[in-house]
Design a binder for this molecule. Structure first.
Ligand code: GRF
Length: 198
Protein backbone atom coordinates (compact mmCIF):
# COMPACT_ATOMS: atom_id res chain seq x y z
CA UNK A 1 0.00 0.00 0.00
CA UNK A 2 1.26 3.40 -0.99
CA UNK A 3 0.96 5.92 1.86
CA UNK A 4 1.41 9.69 2.00
CA UNK A 5 2.05 11.44 5.31
CA UNK A 6 0.85 15.00 5.86
CA UNK A 7 2.72 17.09 8.41
CA UNK A 8 2.91 20.71 9.58
CA UNK A 9 5.84 20.65 12.00
CA UNK A 10 8.55 18.53 13.56
CA UNK A 11 7.15 15.28 12.20
CA UNK A 12 8.06 12.83 14.95
CA UNK A 13 5.02 10.69 14.15
CA UNK A 14 6.01 10.74 10.48
CA UNK A 15 9.47 9.47 11.44
CA UNK A 16 7.89 6.64 13.46
CA UNK A 17 5.63 5.75 10.51
CA UNK A 18 8.61 5.66 8.14
CA UNK A 19 10.90 3.74 10.48
CA UNK A 20 8.31 1.15 11.47
CA UNK A 21 6.64 0.75 8.07
CA UNK A 22 5.21 -2.73 7.68
CA UNK A 23 2.69 -3.59 4.99
CA UNK A 24 2.89 -0.10 3.54
CA UNK A 25 5.40 2.15 1.81
CA UNK A 26 5.70 5.88 2.47
CA UNK A 27 5.83 7.35 -1.04
CA UNK A 28 5.27 11.02 -0.22
CA UNK A 29 5.64 13.40 2.72
CA UNK A 30 3.58 16.55 2.20
CA UNK A 31 3.34 19.74 4.23
CA UNK A 32 1.30 22.93 4.27
CA UNK A 33 4.33 24.58 5.88
CA UNK A 34 7.35 24.66 3.54
CA UNK A 35 9.57 25.34 6.58
CA UNK A 36 8.36 22.27 8.54
CA UNK A 37 11.33 20.59 10.25
CA UNK A 38 9.98 17.17 9.34
CA UNK A 39 10.49 17.90 5.64
CA UNK A 40 14.24 18.20 6.13
CA UNK A 41 14.35 14.78 7.75
CA UNK A 42 12.20 13.28 4.99
CA UNK A 43 14.47 14.71 2.26
CA UNK A 44 17.56 13.44 4.02
CA UNK A 45 15.97 9.99 4.01
CA UNK A 46 15.49 10.30 0.26
CA UNK A 47 11.71 10.45 0.52
CA UNK A 48 9.70 12.40 -2.03
CA UNK A 49 8.27 15.58 -0.55
CA UNK A 50 5.66 18.11 -1.54
CA UNK A 51 5.18 21.44 0.20
CA UNK A 52 2.89 24.31 -0.52
CA UNK A 53 1.46 27.06 1.66
CA UNK A 54 -2.23 27.89 1.23
CA UNK A 55 -1.35 31.49 2.06
CA UNK A 56 -1.96 33.67 -0.94
CA UNK A 57 -3.54 31.03 -3.16
CA UNK A 58 -6.49 30.07 -0.95
CA UNK A 59 -7.65 26.77 0.46
CA UNK A 60 -9.35 25.40 -2.67
CA UNK A 61 -6.31 25.93 -4.93
CA UNK A 62 -4.01 24.58 -2.23
CA UNK A 63 -6.07 21.41 -1.81
CA UNK A 64 -6.36 20.94 -5.57
CA UNK A 65 -2.57 20.96 -5.93
CA UNK A 66 -2.13 18.68 -2.93
CA UNK A 67 -4.71 16.30 -4.38
CA UNK A 68 -2.89 16.29 -7.72
CA UNK A 69 0.43 15.48 -6.01
CA UNK A 70 -1.18 12.62 -4.07
CA UNK A 71 -2.73 11.16 -7.21
CA UNK A 72 0.49 11.52 -9.18
CA UNK A 73 2.24 9.54 -6.44
CA UNK A 74 -0.52 6.92 -6.68
CA UNK A 75 -1.26 7.19 -3.00
CA UNK A 76 -3.78 4.78 -1.51
CA UNK A 77 -3.93 6.02 2.07
CA UNK A 78 -3.22 9.43 3.61
CA UNK A 79 -1.88 9.52 7.18
CA UNK A 80 -2.16 12.87 8.95
CA UNK A 81 0.64 13.30 11.48
CA UNK A 82 0.59 16.63 13.25
CA UNK A 83 -1.12 18.19 10.24
CA UNK A 84 -2.57 21.33 11.75
CA UNK A 85 -4.98 22.33 9.01
CA UNK A 86 -8.67 21.51 8.71
CA UNK A 87 -9.41 19.44 5.64
CA UNK A 88 -12.37 20.57 3.54
CA UNK A 89 -15.48 18.41 3.23
CA UNK A 90 -14.81 18.17 -0.48
CA UNK A 91 -11.29 16.77 0.06
CA UNK A 92 -12.60 14.30 2.66
CA UNK A 93 -15.26 13.15 0.19
CA UNK A 94 -12.67 12.59 -2.54
CA UNK A 95 -10.58 10.42 -0.21
CA UNK A 96 -13.47 8.93 1.77
CA UNK A 97 -12.34 6.21 4.18
CA UNK A 98 -8.71 6.57 3.09
CA UNK A 99 -7.51 9.31 5.46
CA UNK A 100 -6.43 8.51 9.02
CA UNK A 101 -5.18 10.77 11.82
CA UNK A 102 -3.55 10.49 15.22
CA UNK A 103 -5.06 12.60 17.97
CA UNK A 104 -3.52 13.04 21.43
CA UNK A 105 -6.51 12.09 23.57
CA UNK A 106 -8.69 9.12 24.31
CA UNK A 107 -11.42 9.98 21.82
CA UNK A 108 -14.29 10.78 22.04
CA UNK A 109 -12.82 12.84 24.88
CA UNK A 110 -11.12 16.15 24.08
CA UNK A 111 -11.49 16.69 20.38
CA UNK A 112 -9.57 19.70 19.08
CA UNK A 113 -6.65 21.44 20.78
CA UNK A 114 -5.10 21.54 24.28
CA UNK A 115 -6.03 17.94 24.98
CA UNK A 116 -3.46 17.37 27.74
CA UNK A 117 -4.28 20.52 29.72
CA UNK A 118 -7.96 19.59 29.52
CA UNK A 119 -7.33 16.02 30.74
CA UNK A 120 -5.29 17.33 33.69
CA UNK A 121 -7.87 20.01 34.55
CA UNK A 122 -10.60 17.36 34.56
CA UNK A 123 -8.59 15.24 37.01
CA UNK A 124 -8.49 12.26 34.64
CA UNK A 125 -6.45 9.25 35.73
CA UNK A 126 -5.57 8.41 32.16
CA UNK A 127 -4.77 10.34 29.06
CA UNK A 128 -3.71 8.79 25.77
CA UNK A 129 -3.90 8.87 22.01
CA UNK A 130 -6.23 7.61 19.30
CA UNK A 131 -5.84 6.74 15.63
CA UNK A 132 -9.08 7.39 13.78
CA UNK A 133 -10.57 7.64 10.32
CA UNK A 134 -10.95 11.24 9.15
CA UNK A 135 -14.49 12.40 8.36
CA UNK A 136 -16.09 15.82 8.03
CA UNK A 137 -16.47 15.99 11.81
CA UNK A 138 -13.25 17.16 13.53
CA UNK A 139 -11.63 14.21 15.33
CA UNK A 140 -14.97 12.43 14.98
CA UNK A 141 -14.40 9.43 12.67
CA UNK A 142 -14.27 5.77 13.71
CA UNK A 143 -11.51 5.01 16.21
CA UNK A 144 -9.11 2.35 14.92
CA UNK A 145 -6.91 2.01 18.01
CA UNK A 146 -5.93 3.73 21.26
CA UNK A 147 -3.16 3.73 23.88
CA UNK A 148 -3.73 4.71 27.48
CA UNK A 149 -1.11 6.65 29.44
CA UNK A 150 -1.38 7.22 33.21
CA UNK A 151 -1.57 10.83 34.35
CA UNK A 152 1.01 11.28 37.11
CA UNK A 153 0.56 13.50 40.15
CA UNK A 154 3.09 16.16 39.09
CA UNK A 155 2.22 16.11 35.41
CA UNK A 156 1.74 19.35 33.55
CA UNK A 157 0.56 19.51 29.95
CA UNK A 158 4.16 19.35 28.72
CA UNK A 159 5.33 16.29 30.67
CA UNK A 160 2.11 14.46 29.89
CA UNK A 161 2.38 15.35 26.20
CA UNK A 162 5.90 13.91 26.07
CA UNK A 163 4.78 10.53 27.46
CA UNK A 164 1.70 10.44 25.24
CA UNK A 165 3.93 11.25 22.24
CA UNK A 166 6.03 8.13 22.92
CA UNK A 167 2.83 6.13 22.99
CA UNK A 168 1.80 7.73 19.67
CA UNK A 169 5.04 6.58 18.05
CA UNK A 170 4.29 2.97 18.99
CA UNK A 171 0.57 3.06 18.23
CA UNK A 172 0.40 4.81 14.86
CA UNK A 173 2.62 2.48 12.77
CA UNK A 174 0.91 -0.57 14.24
CA UNK A 175 -2.60 0.69 13.52
CA UNK A 176 -1.70 1.99 10.05
CA UNK A 177 -0.28 -1.45 9.17
CA UNK A 178 -3.50 -3.10 10.27
CA UNK A 179 -5.56 -0.53 8.41
CA UNK A 180 -3.85 -0.97 5.06
CA UNK A 181 -3.47 -4.73 5.20
CA UNK A 182 -5.84 -6.74 3.06
CA UNK A 183 -7.17 -10.06 4.42
CA UNK A 184 -4.65 -11.95 2.24
CA UNK A 185 -1.77 -9.88 3.72
CA UNK A 186 -3.04 -10.82 7.17
CA UNK A 187 -2.96 -14.53 6.35
CA UNK A 188 0.59 -14.18 4.97
CA UNK A 189 1.59 -12.45 8.24
CA UNK A 190 0.65 -15.57 10.17
CA UNK A 191 3.27 -17.50 8.17
CA UNK A 192 0.73 -19.97 6.79
CA UNK A 193 1.59 -21.02 3.27
CA UNK A 194 -1.00 -20.25 0.66
CA UNK A 195 -1.80 -22.52 -2.25
CA UNK A 196 0.16 -21.50 -5.33
CA UNK A 197 -1.86 -19.92 -8.08
CA UNK A 198 -1.13 -20.79 -11.69
C1 GRF B 1 1.18 14.95 18.02
O1 GRF B 1 0.99 14.98 19.40
C2 GRF B 1 -0.11 14.62 17.33
O2 GRF B 1 -0.90 13.73 18.01
C3 GRF B 1 -0.76 15.98 17.30
O3 GRF B 1 0.28 16.88 17.04
C4 GRF B 1 1.50 16.32 17.48
C5 GRF B 1 2.41 16.28 16.28
O4 GRF B 1 3.72 15.94 16.61
N1 GRF B 1 -1.85 16.01 16.37
P1 GRF B 1 4.74 15.47 15.49
O5 GRF B 1 4.77 16.57 14.42
O6 GRF B 1 4.28 14.17 14.95
O7 GRF B 1 6.05 15.37 16.19
Amino acid sequence: QRVAILISGRGSNMMALVEQARGYEVVLVASDKPEAAGLVWARERGLATFSLSPKGIGKAAYEAQLDAALRKAEVGTIALAGYMRLISDDFVARWRGRIVNIHPSLLPLYKGLDTHARAIAAGDEHAGCSVHVVTEELDGGAVLGQSRVAVLQDDDAETLAARVLSAEHALYPRILSEFVMTPIDRIRETGLSLPETE
